[in-house]
Design a protein around this ligand. Structure first.
Ligand SMILES: [Zn+2]
Ligand SMILES: [Zn+2]
Ligand SMILES: [Zn+2]
Length: 975
């Protein structure tokens, strides 16, 4: 801009007499320099502590930070989430609320345990726990610095960690309350088990590889069958590849709503799915002879005889998922005690989880027939085949090679066995039902996410709380060494809570039984007095789920329930669910009032970011490219409903928007270098008319932005900012006032009027952008806030229309004016109409000038002179006339003078006429006649006189250098 103002053809340079824009505020953000030094400054100024207590005692807003897992560098998804939380909390704080934010970390669990165990193979028990602690601590430190690097303001010196001794103690205490209220039971659950390593395996520890197994076809005779006229035994034909599980059979399942046929095979009438008849007959090499047919439902509820266990009848059930129609016979053997899917379908159908199996993989006491007791299941094949043959139930036998789960350590094939596990009973006291009801009352954004939480709570079959692991909160129970019966008393819990609060979970390893129970305590089941400590730990989702209990209710400044939980969509199955279930059990109310959910980070093709696809973008890459605020603006620009897209096109667009906002603010700084709001502000009633109008538009902008923040519509904030900078400011207000700012006398009313409003706009914009553009806003306020006392993040939004807390006399007076301007009512409506029409006039003038330019008559709009011929019989022109009169009266600025500036031309005449339409004619220099429907005609042509070398306006003048009258005056004062 500065270069525009230098005289090009004049002989004398008036450059030094202009108020040329100047500022040290950098054009481009310098993330590596400025952002990093700002972070250091915030740390030094104790911004995190101050933000935590700001507005204490006023209405509060508590966002409960869901804890990220402390085992790696943060990725773009984590950064996105944390920045969102930061934007929401900063904006809430700037509306005057007390907004304490406590960050948290999730620390227990398998990934850390596995890493620590791999790095310290000799460590066991408490030693291993100490290594896990060290490992998590290391990553918490790194992640904390990474979050700070994003400009996130949270109480970084007082975080919560699920591995902190006080947190661990609170988790145990919460578990104790669950026990007390009767939610906790210990019962069988079927788990993947390695008989060689004698341990349960986590899903991540299972590997699949091919294995050869027997494949047998077994008959289960129906006790009674519905096939009229078939006066013979009819059996369900069951196919299985695990004959050793047949003694544990508890049902035969058919496919829901499927058709079944009775076919003739080797003298037996057997039932298979109709869809599989051809395949089965082909495989068994028998002709297709169909004796009868029926629906699965006609067989459901009947009983079949176990193929070799005397006097055992098991039910026929149906299920849609458990039974497929692609292989076998679609009559499926179900042993809930030794198969994972069998277990689930067994739960749904109330079948016994029968599992008399030892950790070493042998049948144990209770197995039927008794002769199996002590036999290894791997040796049972021959026995089962023999029994089947003896009972004439084996129809066919072959072998099959198929994919089978193996242990990752010893590579042996896995078995499944039911072990005693701890459960939270979801139906006790109607917990699941109450939680489902609560889901309906939580404010949900986006609304569509309600279904996710509904189905993850409602679809849950059980909640198994125990894990056979080391790195986690212990289940503080004792087990009878005689009969394995559990013992949990409030006394044991109390002692454990006290001990763990001091020593962490390592306490449980160290404490002796005699410190936990009185001597002579007996087992309620067998009377034994010998106990051992339970070694299982709690599910990590219980850990983090009770954070409302361990953090919200205990941490200084926080409160229950939280106003908001804000996490990615996957947390509906994770943290949202476990938080809701535990809070409903412990408090009877949900721990959150609002749930805000966002999507996953994906690339421009919608693919999730993954190392193997090579499409991972690290937060630092974006920071390097467009500054930390560029990254933060990208976060705000994403619609939370959908995927979090990262693409070049999107980043370019954000970068361009950021540049626009930054340049607009830089323009203000450039023109405020000699302005002090305390000393130089113009009183509201002395402001120029256009400046007052700009204040009105600013107030509307502020209202829109604040509302968008309130509605968590950050995309709305983003767009409103960009539109305001490009529309209302760049191509309108700022374009018009440039002349005044640069060429009027520095201390003139006209220039000070524009500066007063520029300052107010900059101040308001800086505050409104601070939650998102946290670095830029801090830097901007360093420049324009004289005697700045505290960080922009400890200041409030400007509250142009609703707040008069500012001590500054000038600002208070301006606020009152603005408040009056935006007051709803006939006056505002009228003014809006008037200005709207005046702007339409301006658009018509700009069009006319464009035609002059095309005809080669002018190059720059300042070379033009226009005459506006307004037919004041029309309503639109009456509005304009009224407004212009009003301006003349209130600001003593001549209409022509106002219009000349408003249209950025060198002269503007005004003719009020009541003639409807004037013929086009050529008169003097006026080469163009335009007209518009509103009753406006424009005559435009080249302005007379010469170009003032100082301000470029054209005027007839006799000054030796050709200076216009205004410039003569300004220059003479300077000399
Ligand atoms: Zn193994
Ligand atoms: Zn016992
Ligand atoms: Zn001039």
């Amino acid at each position: 801009m500065a270069n525009d103002m230098q005289p090009k053809n004049g002989t004398v340079s008036y450059k030094d007499t202009l108020n040329l824009p100047r500022t040290d505020f950098p054009i481009r953000p310098q993330a590596a320099l400025d952002d990093v030094s700002l972070i250091a400054r915030w740390e030094k100024e104790k911004l995190y502590d101050k933000a935590f207590v700001k507005n204490e005692g006023k209405a509060s807003f508590v966002l409960h930070d869901g804890p990220p897992y402390a085992n790696a560098n943060i990725h773009l998804g984590t950064a996105y989430n944390k920045i969102l939380k930061d934007i929401v909390t900063k904006s809430e704080r700037m509306t005057g609320k007390h907004v304490p934010v406590t960050p948290g970390w999730d620390c227990h669990g398998l990934p850390i345990e596995l890493r620590a165990a791999a790095e310290h193979p000799a460590s066991k028990g408490s030693e291993l726990k100490k290594e896990c602690r060290k490992y998590a601590r290391h990553w918490i430190g790194i992640q904390k610095e990474e979050f700070k690097r994003l400009g996130v303001v949270m109480d970084w010196d007082h975080q919560y960690e699920t591995m902190a001794p006080e947190y661990e103690a609170a988790t145990v205490e919460a578990f104790g309350k669950f026990v007390e209220d009767g939610y906790i039971t210990r019962k069988n659950k079927t788990v993947p088990w390695c008989a060689c390593c004698k341990t349960v395996l986590a899903a991540a520890e299972i590997e699949y590889s091919d294995r050869k197994d027997p494949s047998i076809y077994v008959r289960f005779p129906l006790v009674e069958h519905p096939f009229k006229g078939l006066d013979r035994e009819v059996s369900l034909l069951v196919w299985t590849t695990t004959p050793w599980t047949l003694p544990l059979n508890r049902a035969v399942f058919l496919k829901e709503r499927a058709d079944y046929s009775v076919i003739e095979v080797s003298g037996h009438a057997v039932v298979v799915a109709t869809a599989l008849v051809a395949k089965v007959c082909d495989f068994l090499q028998v002709p297709e002879i169909i004796l009868a047919s029926c629906k699965a439902e006609e067989l459901a509820g009947r009983k079949v005889n176990h193929p070799f266990i005397e006097n055992l009848e098991v039910p026929v059930c149906t299920d849609d998922q458990f039974v497929g129609l692609s292989d076998g016979t679609a009559c499926v053997h179900c042993a809930p005690g030794c198969g994972p899917e069998d277990y689930e379908v067994g739960l749904k159908n109330n079948l016994e989880v029968f599992s008399p199996l030892s950790p070493e993989g042998t049948y144990t006491k209770g197995i039927d027939p008794q002769e199996l007791e002590g036999m290894a299941i791997t040796d049972a094949l021959g026995w089962v085949i023999k029994k089947l043959q003896e009972h004439n139930k084996l129809l066919f036998k072959t072998s099959i090679t198929h994919s089978f789960p193996h242990c990752w350590r010893c590579r042996n094939g896995l078995m499944y066995r039911a072990t005693l596990q701890w459960f939270c009973e979801l139906h006790h006291k109607g917990l699941q039902e109450k939680s489902l009801k609560a889901v309906e009352h939580i404010a949900m954004f986006p609304e569509a996410m309600r279904n996710h939480l509904r189905s993850s709570i409602g679809g849950r079959l059980e909640w198994c709380l125990s894990r056979q692991r080391v790195w986690g909160t212990p289940i503080v129970a004792l087990l009878c060494t005689g009969c394995d019966k559990e013992l949990v008393t409030s006394d044991i819990v109390k002692k454990a809570v006290e001990g763990i609060a001091k020593q962490g979970i390592e306490y449980w390893d160290a404490v002796s039984i005699s410190d936990l129970i009185a001597e002579g305590t007996c087992c309620s089941s067998c009377g034994s007095t010998s106990f051992k400590k339970e070694q299982d730990i709690l599910d990590v989702w219980f850990d983090s789920g009770v954070s409302h209990y361990a953090v919200l209710k205990r941490f200084n400044g926080l409160s229950y329930p939280a106003d908001m939980y804000l996490e990615g969509i996957d947390q509906h199955r994770g943290w949202f669910q476990s938080s809701l279930l535990t809070s409903m059990a412990l408090e009877g109310t949900p721990s959150m009032k609002t749930i805000v959910t966002h999507g996953y980070t994906v690339d421009d093709k919608g693919r999730k970011m993954s190392k193997s696809l090579g499409n991972v973008v690290a937060p630092q890459q974006i920071i390097d490219r467009m500054g930390t605020d560029g990254l933060r603006l990208w976060v705000a620009s994403i619609e939370m409903q959908g995927d979090v897209v990262v693409s070049d096109a999107l980043l370019n667009n954000v970068q361009e928007s950021y540049r626009k906002i930054r340049n607009t603010c830089r323009f203000f700084l450039q023109n405020l270098y000699d302005f002090d709001i305390e000393k130089d502000a113009i009183a509201p009633d002395a402001l120029m008319a256009l400046d007052t109008y700009a204040l009105y538009e600013l107030a509307l902008f502020e209202q829109r932005v604040v509302k968008a923040y309130e509605q968590r519509n950050l995309t709305g904030v983003f767009h409103t900012f960009v539109d305001y900078c490009t529309g209302e400011l760049s191509s309108f207000y700022l374009d018009i006032i440039k002349d005044r700012l640069y060429t009027d006398a520095a201390n003139s009313r006209d220039r000070r009027s524009a500066q007063t409003v520029c300052w107010i706009i900059l101040d308001s914009m800086t505050r409104l952008m601070a939650p998102i553009l946290s670095f830029t806003a801090e830097q901007l306020s360093d420049f324009y806030q004289k005697n700045k006392q505290e960080s922009i993040h400890l200041q409030d939004f400007a509250h142009l229309t609703s707040f008069d807390g500012d001590n500054n006399q000038a600002i208070r007076a301006l606020r009152e004016t603005i408040k009056r301007l935006v007051q709803e009512g006939t006056e505002r409506a009228k003014r809006e109409k008037q200005w709207g029409m005046l702007c339409t006039v301006r658009v018509s003038v700009v069009k006319a000038l464009e035609q002059l330019r095309q005809k080669g008559i002018i190059k720059h709009s300042l070379e033009a002179k226009v005459t506006l011929i307004m037919n004041t019989n029309t309503e639109p022109m009456t509005l304009v006339k009224e407004l212009l009169n009003d301006i003349e009266v209130t600001t003593r600025q001549k209409k022509e003078q106002f219009l000349k500036e408003f249209c950025i031309v060198s002269a503007c005449d005004l003719i009020e006429s009541d003639v409807e339409y004037q013929e086009e004619d050529e008169e003097g220099d006026a080469l163009y006649f335009g007209q518009s429907e509103e009753g406006l005609q424009i005559r435009a042509g080249h302005a007379a006189g010469n170009k003032c070398p100082r301000c470029w306006q054209w005027e007839v003048t006799d000054h030796e250098d050709g200076l216009c009258k205004r410039c003569q005056k300004v220059v003479s004062v300077l000399n």
